[in-house]
Write a protein that binds this ligand. Sequence first.
Ligand SMILES: Nc1nc2c(ncn2[C@@H]2O[C@H](COP(=O)(O)OP(=O)(O)OP(=O)(O)O)[C@@H](O)[C@H]2O)c(=O)[nH]1
Ligand SMILES: *[C@@H]1O[C@H](CO)[C@@H](O)[C@H](O)[C@H]1NC(C)=O
Length: 431
Amino acid sequence: MFTSLVIFSGCYMISAEDMADKDVFQTSNQPPLQFGQAKEPRYLLYDVNPGEGFNLRRDVYIRVANLVKVLNEDEPWILVLPPWGRLYHWQTRELGAQIKIPWSTFFDLESLRKHIPVIEFEDYLKVIGKPVIGEVYYLQSYKEGWDKWEEKMDIRECIDKPRYQQDENGKWRGPFFYYDEVYAEKFACMSAQSYAVSMKPFLMKNTTARSVFLDRAEALIHGMFSEWSAEYWTARRSMRFSRELRDIGDAFREKYLRSNDKKDRTELKDWTNMKRKHGDALGGPYLAVHLRRKDYLHAHSKQVPTLKNAAKQIKKFLIPYDVQRVFVATDAPDEEFFEFVQKFKKTKIYRFEPTKEILEKYKDGGVAIIDQWICAHARVFVGTYVSTFTFRIHEEREILGFSQESTYNRLCGSEEDDKECEQPTKWSISY
Ligand SMILES: Nc1nc2c(ncn2[C@@H]2O[C@H](COP(=O)(O)OP(=O)(O)OP(=O)(O)O)[C@@H](O)[C@H]2O)c(=O)[nH]1
Ligand SMILES: *[C@@H]1O[C@H](CO)[C@@H](O)[C@H](O)[C@H]1NC(C)=O
């Protein structure tokens, strides 16, 4: 149930109360997958540069998942999902250190498993029985640089001071998602200019350990499985948000935005047989805007509008799309949000405010997903310049079948004129 409707200068700010009475809150404690193959499966682990945000990490998952997919054409490999932790943007103090968060908090593992075999890190530790990883490769560039791009990979000396050190017993100690007891038996740096799937021969022939860990996996690029390929989209479609987070978002849509899947033509099916065309989805009777603030004010000062200017831009969409409600997804502090709300007179402005219970259970990452989910169902969406948070909403809308005009819009900087303000690239879904 949602409570506390705060009226603020003629507009509403919404607080959502938990729906804990619903029986959808089961943690998925699945036993690890069993395979029919005669060969024992091997495990692939990976991690990403600690500075990268949640939504870029989702993109790295797609690359590694497609590598695992290709590996499984010849050998059984299971992808170990890297626990989420200590991301730069997850700053809610009351939550303390947001570490060791399993993927099931955010994503639907059953859905991921329709693409490739995956297990949580904790389940991996149980299967192995010891906190050990066989071989770790730390991906880095080539010290000498390069003049033409070609695919290559070589074991090399580490360029940076490595995050891994050997202890007195010869065990390699490293960050390993804040699991201090975990160690590796072997460690090396690898200079690589490589597509993700090109790691396959190396993994199959040059490594023998039961588990192999690739650190700095963002160094691997999509290559032919880029955003334009069906392979990208297959992996992307498998990345469904957890049922619980979707339910919270859907309940908010229904209650405050008069939006539900039936009316809006956004009903979900098993992704393996869901295929929509642009324009199939209508969306709820509201506009959604991703109003990225905080570090973006400095990082992209030219392309991020003032609040006043943002409101002006948003108003232009309301009549053409015949909507009177605006949902705001934002990382802005409350004062900035209130300031934004005051720029509107009649239009109702909504924001999802988690209850203490939702926040504690799903953390900053879960709240951001709920925001994305609500944005993905709007009749029209306006995003922020080069924000991966925005890009993931674009993709969600491609999957649901929205028209591209209703999706690929962005806020322009206050000083940018129409010519300068290039609209986002349209990434059409392919099957
Ligand atoms: N709840 C919520 N959180 C947001 C919103 N916008 C940004 N954030 C938070 O800030 C993070 C932004 O980092 P990313 O997800 O990597 O996306 P980005 O906006 O491209 O930022 P960079 O990748 O750092 O350039 C998100 O993951 C959220 O944790 C929002 O609208 N709502
Ligand atoms: C993998 O093994 C092959 C054959 O021994 C060797 O030529 C190649 O350099 C190795 N790859 C790496 C990255 O070490």
